[in-house]
Design a protein around this ligand. Sequence first.
Ligand SMILES: [Zn+2]
Length: 262
Amino acid sequence: MDLFLSIIIFILGLAVGSFINMVVYRTAIKYKLKKNLKSKVKNINKNRSFCDWCGKQLRWYENVPVLSWIMQRGRSRCCSTPLPREYPIVEISTGVLFLLSYQLSVTSYQFILNLLIISLLVFSLVFDLKYMILPDGANYCLIILALILLVGKENYWTYLLTGISSGLFFLILNRIKIRGLEAMGMGDVKYALFMGLFLGFPGTIIAGYLAFVVGALVSVILLVLKKVKRTDPIPFGPFLILGTGVARAWGEKIINMVNLIR
Ligand SMILES: [Zn+2]
């Protein structure tokens, strides 16, 4: 029974991951970060899925998460355009995260809210990696979900305080400009507010600390490998989101470990 439920949850994750890939694509069009190829194709049924490149309507079997990608060897069936490798990666990651959340959630109410939060976080992470923007829509939804999770919590005010403080801290970072460029975007500031509301204290410190350490390490590695130039901006949102996930899932264990070392 438990195994059966786990498989269902994983498949649900794959399907949501596939949906996230589509929402990333459509949001990029909305932000005018991508050309809308579909507008060239006439008589399109908006409720159906279609090829991102030639606009042809997809059949159901071209739209199965991961499997279609493998069966079609990473190319679209209609026009043989190579499909981004991120598609199956996003789908499988969402599936794994859904399973992890199932293991870690105490009540089914928590579980459902966590699934919503995970979906929004995966979306924001992918979008920021690709386009250097943490979209407002996702941030506002995350803030509302974090506030809903606070209802009934005895120490809700510590979460509120942590949220406001972490938002303000990132707002100060946002005012600092390096070579005329913002080091932190306003998307990061709104995200930091969510992070504080969601993780509270000391979870937010753990998440922020991990984000800065891992972010710095990855930046140095990318510089050494000459994958980026010194002046290239690197999005910070993905590191904040990874930190949030780790702090939420293993925050208490990390605190216990730090206390042991002391
Ligand atoms: Zn096509």
